[in-house]
Design a protein around this ligand. Structure first.
Ligand SMILES: Cc1ncc(COP(=O)(O)O)c(C=O)c1O
Length: 420
């Protein structure tokens, strides 16, 4: 993968129309963990579908056949980018909806005597429905808890909970508060060693890197495309035969179709057809940075991930240091990754010691920092690190299209709002 040493932000930003809009001038977008800007390729593909092929897909007439072909292409391109088989890629309305259906399906095969492990680091989407399912079928629920001081999940916590009765383990690839990438490959292997199935919530990781899901080995890997510069859909990889093991949740007549068994809602044709366009952006970036246009999509995704993460690491370090050194705030999550093989995603949450998070967020917004405050649907995690979930945290989150001038604006706004 011969690719440039650093990301060219002028190339990156030329693919995002939002940066040219008057409404965004003089401000910096720091709420990317809530949802990213869409790249031009995504917007064009959606527009094209609605303009040219907005008909029932998969019939023989021209526009219909084209609509179906675009939907198939999204699926196969995402499969290539994630290193998995085409029939392992499923699209659903959202990650919350996908996990809800998964929990319902697991509820039909689990019962008393079975054990399920969830974490308190997860966003509610990857834990609430599973907890309710375990309770309703009489399975034993085990909670793998974060370290109170750091918010980090430690692998030995999982080892203590795993046993031959464990049937399902759910954890995040990265928390939407703590920002630290978890060693998903290692934890998946530990769960598989006792015969358990593994669901990994990749929502907070995928905007920062497109993983090789086959190499990771997870049985289910989920993320939300609307946070990955794409459309408002949830993408779910279902691997290792789990689609056949779980009872069909779709229409009865679709029971034999892998792509329908765990996604009962009819597909959003336009969004599915446009879902693959973000990979054209990934390819364009790869080539613009010296990569070979003929490289596989998997190699392109890996090369671009390295560029994104190197850039993000350069920008996150000064912000983490500033917050860590400031007596008036508590940084939630590690200031830097102990294990350098794991990315410290630039999702940075903190609590001001003497001010309300709402007031600090308002102060930042007044200074051109588009950010938010609250529990970000991770109330269990906040309680797990002794933060009042009702007042919550301030969160600033960014991605690879954020540049040094945004970070300068953020540091200035933090200084003004919180003092030295
Ligand atoms: C870590 C994480 N998991 C899951 C979700 C739920 O995703 P969706 O909005 O697609 O249901 C979110 C949404 O913010 C999230 O941050």
């Amino acid at each position: 993968m011969p690719i440039a040493a650093s990301l060219d932000l002028s190339v990156v930003r030329s693919h995002f129309p939002a940066f040219d809009l008057p409404a965004y001038q003089g401000q910096s977008f720091f709420e990317n963990a809530g949802g990213s800007f869409a790249c031009r390729q995504t917007i064009d593909a959606l527009h094209r579908f609605y303009t040219e092929t907005k008909v029932q897909p998969y019939a023989d007439y021209g526009p219909s056949a084209l609509a179906g072909a675009q939907m198939d292409s999204s699926r196969s391109r995402w499969a290539q980018a994630l290193g998995v088989d085409v029939d392992e890629v499923q699209f659903g309305p959202s990650t919350s909806m996908n996990t809800y259906v998964l929990a319902k399906a697991f509820g039909e095969i689990l019962g008393p005597g079975d054990e399920v492990i969830v974490t308190n680091q997860d966003h509610e989407a990857n834990t609430g429905a599973v907890r309710r399912m375990a309770k309703s079928v009489g399975a034993t629920l085990r909670e793998w808890r974060v370290d109170r001081a750091t918010g980090v999940l430690e692998g030995n916590g999982l080892d203590e909970l795993l046993n031959e009765r464990t049937r399902l383990v759910c954890f995040p690839h990265c928390s939407n508060i703590v920002g630290q990438q978890n060693p998903a490959t290692e934890w998946t292997a530990a769960a598989h060693a006792v015969g358990a199935r593994v669901i990994v919530d990749g929502v907070s990781y995928a905007p920062h890197g497109l993983p090789d899901v086959a190499e990771m080995g997870a049985d289910v890997y989920l993320f939300s495309l609307y946070k990955v510069y794409s459309v408002h859909q949830g993408l779910m990889v279902t691997a290792n035969g789990i689609v056949d093991e779980l009872p069909n949740q779709g229409h009865g007549f679709n029971a034999e179709l892998a792509s329908k068994r765990l996604t009962p809602a009819g597909p959003d044709h336009a969004q599915e057809a446009a879902a693959g366009a973000v990979l054209d952006y990934v390819s364009a970036l790869y080539v613009a940075h010296g990569g070979d246009a003929k490289a596989s999509l998997r190699d392109q995704a890996a090369g671009v991930t390295t560029l994104w993460q190197d850039h993000e690491t350069r920008l996150v370090e000064p912000v983490l240091s500033w917050l860590e050194d400031h007596d008036g705030v508590r940084l939630i999550g590690p200031a830097r990754a102990d294990d350098q093989s794991q990315h410290r995603c630039p999702t940075v949450a903190f609590t001001p010691r003497a001010l309300a998070p709402a007031d600090v967020a308002a102060g930042l917004v007044d200074r051109g920092i588009m950010c938010g405050h609250g529990d970000f649907y991770a109330g269990r995690l906040l309680e797990g690190v002794d933060v009042d979930a009702n007042s919550g945290v301030v969160r600033v989150s960014w991605v690879h299209y954020t540049d040094q001038s945004d970070i300068d604006r953020l540091l200035g706004a933090l200084q003004d709002t919180l003092g030295s």
